[in-house]
Design a protein around this ligand. Sequence first.
Ligand code: NAD
Ligand code: UDX
Length: 468
Amino acid sequence: PIKVSKILCIGAGYVGGPTCAVIALKCPHITVTIVDLNKARIDAWNSPDFKLPIYEPGLEDVVRACRGRNLFFSTDVEKGIREAELIFVSVNTPTKKSGVGAGFAADLNYVELATRQIAAVATSSKIVVEKSTVPCRTAESMRTILEANSKPGCHFDILSNPEFLAEGTAISDLFNPDRVLIGSLQTPEGKDACAALAGVYANWVSPAQILTVGLWSSELSKLAANAMLAQRISSVNALSAICEATGANIDEVANAVGYDSRVGPKFLKASVGFGGSCFQKDILNLVYLSESLHLPEVAAYWRQVVEMNEYQKRRFSKRVVDTLFNTITGKRIAVLGFAFKADTGDTRESAAITLIRDFQSERALVNVYDPQVVEEQIWLDLTEASPNVPLDSIKKQVKICGSALEACRDAEAVVIATEWKEFKEIDWSEVYKHMKKPAFVFDGRLLVDAAKLTEIGFKVNTIGRPGA
Ligand code: NAD
Ligand code: UDX
């Protein structure tokens, strides 16, 4: 079997960074180099005081244990390619913004550029692993590009090894994955390459959890997993609308349904809408794939999961306006949380962005606080959400605050957009004292104890429950 001693990862982002740092930790005999074109990002990974470019619980400890030992971060992509035996391609694959498939298809430009660079630079055979989430059969395009551009004597094997980590729990997900999925061609060479990668994971993952399948199944499984996870949330969110209208309680409904062992209790939490860089992008990708395959009913089915999510966000901002006596013009709204979920500083597709944009267009004043998201990121997201509004005008309406308490001062309503634990634990009596009356709380995350807050004096509106 092929022995792997040098691994390269192209792309030092939310996936490449944590994934390959954990490989370095669990495989001290393997040298792992992570490269990126973005120098600022690499500098942050290399920063002497470990101010890493992404916030992820437990990540710093892993990097501290390996950096400079068998884990290296660099911008020298070419050197990395030449030296490695196995290369992860972990670059971004965002939704295309223009051209064919705009708004749906994955932009494979970064994957292709990385692939072409591997072909151009490699002077020995490599195993090339698709880590990025890509449409079904991308591995075939990669193989064609590599074979058409390779030097004599260089052979490339392509594997698909999608990543299932969730942000906020990346390190524990990587330490104890539900499964590791490796797809390969079912040829002797393909199977050998697959065994080589499986051998890397076998340093800490039990063989029963390493699934080896065909390339196309592996690629499609990743889109399928995200689509089915997101579909659960959209299902529960659709039911939350019925709960609000009928007096049922979504927590009780989800709990009752989840008790069925065929459904299971996890991932049934109603919310203001799912966010994150993956769900929407991957479903739209699946919709596009279905349409390209002339399967319009399949496409429409999955598209509805994203549409329900958009509806949920719209419905929530409308509820805020309706409850505040049909106008929020000139009123101060505190938005607690800007990240797309707790324990991350990532804001991609965060529901908070949509809510704040909606409040802005109602001419409200918004105070926002998030414990991890940096200020520049908030301004960047808000300008992108309202491209016709200059930043100066946005800044007249939106204020970024240093604490939850500060954000809630003089507000008419508090909107909980992210389930940060600290929002559960703030001194709500203190918050109440400094708010305008009646003081409203809109809990978009089923986070706070509605009964306790009502006792303090708040009018509490929780997702999936009738309003106060
Ligand atoms: P990211 O944007 O955080 O990181 C990608 C990095 O690749 C960027 O830093 C970019 O500068 C770099 N890059 C792009 N082209 C390059 C090139 N040619 N050479 C060197 N560096 C290059 O993205 P991410 O969140 O890490 O996602 C990466 C992939 O993993 C995507 O396909 C995504 O769908 C998938 N994925 C993401 C998650 C997640 O939770 N974020 C989970 C599973 C899968
Ligand atoms: C997701 C997948 O879980 C992961 O397997 C894949 O590799 C990448 O995409 P991520 O987006 O990081 O991970 O976080 P996840 O925990 O799945 O949450 C996504 C969004 O759904 C968040 O906005 C979260 O708040 C929301 N969510 C999650 C709910 O609204 N309700 C739930 O029950 C669970």
